[in-house]
Design a binder for this molecule. Sequence first.
Ligand SMILES: Nc1ncnc2c1ncn2[C@@H]1O[C@H](COP(=O)(O)OP(=O)(O)OP(=O)(O)O)[C@@H](O)[C@H]1O
Ligand SMILES: [Mg+2]
Length: 234
Amino acid sequence: MIVIEHLTMRLTAGGRTVTILDDVSLEIPAKQMVAIVGPSGSGKSTLLGLIAGLDRPTSGVITLNGVEITRMSEGPLARFRRAQIGYIFQSFHLIPTLTALENVLVPLELAGIDRPTEHAREWLRAVGLADRVDHYPVQLSGGEQQRVAVARAFACRPPVLLADEPTGNLDSTTGQQVMDLLLSLHRDHGTTLVLVTHDRTLASLMHRVVALRDGRIESDDMIASPRLVGEPPL
Ligand SMILES: Nc1ncnc2c1ncn2[C@@H]1O[C@H](COP(=O)(O)OP(=O)(O)OP(=O)(O)O)[C@@H](O)[C@H]1O
Ligand SMILES: [Mg+2]
């Protein structure tokens, strides 16, 4: 369960203070899939980054599974984030000097998971890249890089996956593959999914669509009642 209360984010740039998020409150139950939509500059990435604990709000509170992340200091927050949150960027963000396998190994080793290499190989197999483990990011297509990024984000099986336009840099077929992968993680593991997207078709695959405009929630619509683990796929 993610609880966001009165979240405000102001930044000062060039001597001017801009309000990027303005008193946003939102509750996302465990296992829900939510799309965050809205025009460019409406605050979608800022909101996602705050939920991930990558940034600090000006005011307001975010609680993730009962833990108030907006109050945590850096060290505990980093550990909490590794265990609880997977983050997928629009532009993949793989480490260019590491192979696909090594990229997926990073979070597993940081988390001190047993037999990390075996797990990393399993995840790469799960995303259809068993024969690409030793490839470097430049040797992979955009869709393959994003699938490595999904494997990396999900390697420690976080209950929450946050994805900022994960298909934004992909053609529609490749984007569909990545989307299928995210939906299957939700289906198989009950993962809560918060997805920023410009794509209304992708948004309609979620349970709920939250639209932002000028840093405020403009609308919040349920598409269907949340499907729990074990229920048939869409
Ligand atoms: N570090 C910063 N300093 C000042 N303004 C910022 C900063 N980061 C973001 N902004 C501004 O905050 C607003 C919201 O940005 P954000 O990246 O959250 O939008 P977005 O909805 O994700 O847009 P897009 O769809 O283009 O990715 C924008 O107007 C942006 O210019
Ligand atoms: Mg953005």
